[in-house]
Design a protein around this ligand. Structure first.
Ligand code: 2AM
Ligand code: CA
Ligand code: CA
Ligand code: CA
Length: 291
């Protein structure tokens, strides 16, 4: 069943408390400057994890499981992940922007989302270094530290600041050519300016509060975008797939924009570069054999 308003309020309180507790742990790590010491590679040299990712995930899940024992959980650092179903599911990225975190950049955050029937209904994003806590519940607006936020409303690429992300799941030739192709195209368009981000969650809340006009990426997972989707949409922004279609949490692709007009302009360019599929290349560009 869909949670009542009362239940959603309680879940929001718990998610906020969990995100703040997690943020404090991240700040302690910044103060100690020891993230680098616990870096491990997962699937490739661009896919990293630290002991803090695991510690944060543990403390967040503990709280969420106590608050809602019946809910399913989908979290990045948990092995044997469950598939997203229609059941209420906490979707958690303990540290989004791990590489930024390791390099002591401010652009990393804790992401806690709640999905019901595969749709995001509640989102919390905490950026501890900026002391910015973003919250949103479907139909009730988006907030940063308790104050309403709205997207820039930017409708035209020529005045847009757009973030793209360097491919992290592969550096094979097809994937590299695609990012270079879209960059060349957007720079020639001309777009106002382009930046490279390192945290899907931070970029999404930046679109929500009007610091950034758009962000797109292929290769993301539900935990990268669930919380941010609610925050962006409640701030008047748009989440769709990179070709302009309806957003699907599990599709591995996202296009976020400050307005529907900007989203459709960007989608035209992304379509020209087939910006939709996760190519079957490994990190070095070899095509893995089918299992
Ligand atoms: P993470 O830091 O939680 O892993 C950056 O483009 C975005 O992609 C970040 O939100 C980052 O989240 C995610 N990311 C980093 N490495 C990745 C990988 N190897 N595969 C898929 N996503 C990755
Ligand atoms: Ca990761
Ligand atoms: Ca992530
Ligand atoms: Ca992560």
């Amino acid at each position: 069943a869909v949670p009542s308003t009362e239940d959603l309020n309680r879940y929001l309180d718990e998610a906020v408390a969990a995100a703040q507790e997690a943020g404090n742990l991240m700040l302690e790590c910044f103060a100690r400057n020891d993230a680098q010491a616990s870096v491990e590679e997962k699937s490739s040299p661009a896919d990293l994890v630290t002991k803090y990712d695991r510690q944060v995930e543990e403390l967040v899940l503990k709280r969420l499981r106590t608050a809602a024992p019946d809910f399913r959980v989908l979290a990045e650092e948990t092995a044997n992940k469950e598939e997203l179903t229609d059941a209420p599911t906490w979707i958690v990225d303990p540290i989004d922007g791990t590489t930024n975190f390791i390099h002591r950049q401010a652009e990393c955050c804790v992401l806690i989302g709640l999905a019901v029937k595969k749709k995001a209904v509640l989102g919390v994003c905490f950026i501890p270094k900026l002391d910015e806590l973003y919250t949103a519940v479907q139909g009730r607006g988006a907030y940063c530290n308790g104050r309403r936020v709205v997207s820039s409303g930017c409708k035209d690429l020529t005045t847009a600041l757009v973030n793209l992300h360097l491919p992290s799941y592969s550096r094979g030739p097809k994937v590299v050519d695609r990012i270079l192709g879209i960059s060349r195209d957007l720079l020639a368009h001309p777009i106002r300016a382009m930046r490279c981000g390192g945290s899907a969650g931070v970029d999404m809340v930046h679109v929500a509060r009007g610091r950034l006009d758009a962000y797109f990426e292929v290769g993301i997972y539900p935990w990268d975008v669930c919380a941010g989707q609610v925050i962006v949409e409640e701030a008047g922004g748009v989440c769709c797939d990179t070709l302009g279609g309806d957003f699907d949490l599990a599709s591995r692709r996202v296009l976020v924009a400050a307005s529907p007009e900007l989203a459709s302009q960007l989608a035209v360019h992304l379509r020209n570069h087939s910006y939709s599929s996760v190519e079957a290349e490994d990190y070095n560009g070899d095509v893995p054999e089918k299992a």
